[in-house]
Ligand binder design. Structure first.
Ligand SMILES: Nc1ncnc2c1ncn2[C@@H]1O[C@H](COP(=O)(O)OP(=O)(O)OP(=O)(O)O)[C@@H](O)[C@H]1O
Length: 296
């Protein structure tokens, strides 16, 4: 499958501070890619470097098959970008800002723009300085979804949107996916993007600490076991297990998938009376990734 974005060994310093450390990932055509990480982990810096808005110190970036060091202008024609910090001209109305942003990216106001304004319930007659955070955020989203381009980059797009508008955003992203478009979606909250993404990378302290599909990440994680046993003495046979805890004659602990057969045999020999084995929730898993090694 064609690669729409290839980031290799990207490094970026702000003075002595290294904001990005050998960041590498790929996005293939038609994928919705989640770029996840806590506040200050390097998501926006990576996106700005990809778009040439800041200069990186080393590493290679290929956008739509083009080396951005030489073809940034050509690549920009085929990208829609919604930044995390939206600037709107305060004395223009929302409608005027939308048209200005469309013209600046070489596009026109179309019936699709009108449909999006209606869908996101934006009052385009009001001056943009009077907009709430959520309404401000809708402006570049309407512009981005109006464009027919190859790659859509959204940097924390739903943080100010109410649940209804966040759902509208999700619908539009899924429509892009249906149309075979490619999307990079950054967020610090997995549950906000979980339903949209095919693949993800998790960045922490400027380093990619995990990447793959959600299910592959879940497969790496431990299973939770909860077993009711005949008596407390039998419960204690499992006390060496990871995350062991007990209430009366019920033991709970965590196991790796490759330990499953052994543990099932041990439980059967121990005359297990009730048994639940569950995978970790994605949110548990995600928090585990955030916590590893502590915050910056
Ligand atoms: N212009 C700059 N000068 C100095 N440090 C910067 C600059 N821009 C970003 N940083 C630092 O680089 C690190 C990564 O910041 P970045 O904005 O990329 O994080 P982020 O993952 O997008 O965070 P958030 O979710 O809070 O938007 C942070 O420690 C930040 O303080």
């Amino acid at each position: 499958m064609a690669k729409v974005l290839e980031v290799q060994q990207l490094n970026k310093y702000f003075g002595q501070f290294q904001a990005l450390k050998n960041v590498s990932f790929d996005i293939e055509k038609g994928e919705v890619f989640g770029f996840l990480g806590p506040n200050g982990s390097g998501k926006s810096t990576t996106i700005r470097a990809i778009l040439g808005l800041i200069k990186h110190d080393s590493g290679d970036i290929k956008l739509l098959g083009m080396d951005t060091a030489q073809h940034m202008m050509a690549a920009h024609q085929r990208i829609a970008y919604v930044p995390d910090d939206v600037y709107l001209w305060p004395n223009l109305t929302g409608g005027e800002v939308i048209d200005l942003l469309l013209r600046m990216s070489g596009h026109e106001h179309t019936s699709r723009t009108d449909a999006l304004i209606k869908k996101f319930e934006l009052n385009t007659k009001k001056k943009s300085r009077t907009y709430s955070t959520g309404n401000r955020q809708k402006v570049p989203l309407i512009v981005a979804f109006s464009l027919d381009v190859d790659l859509y980059i959204f940097d924390e797009p739903t943080s100010g949107l109410d649940p209804l508008q966040a759902r509208n955003f999700q619908e539009e992203v899924l429509a892009l996916k249906q149309a075979g478009k490619t999307v990079l979606l950054s967020s610090h909250i997995l549950s906000e993007v979980e339903k949209m993404i095919d693949k993800l990378a998790i960045i922490r302290n400027g380093e990619i600490i995990e990447s793959g599909t959600l299910s592959s990440m879940q497969n790496l994680a431990e299973l939770n076991v909860k077993a009711t046993l005949p008596d407390y003495e039998t419960v204690l046979r499992f006390s060496h297990r990871h995350k062991f805890a007990s209430i009366h004659n019920t033991a709970s602990f965590a196991i790796r998938r490759d330990e499953l057969a052994t543990v099932l045999r041990e439980l059967s020999e121990a005359d297990v009376q009730d048994l639940q084995i569950t995978p970790p929730t994605l949110e548990d898993l995600f928090i585990q990734y955030y916590d590893v090694g502590g915050a910056q």
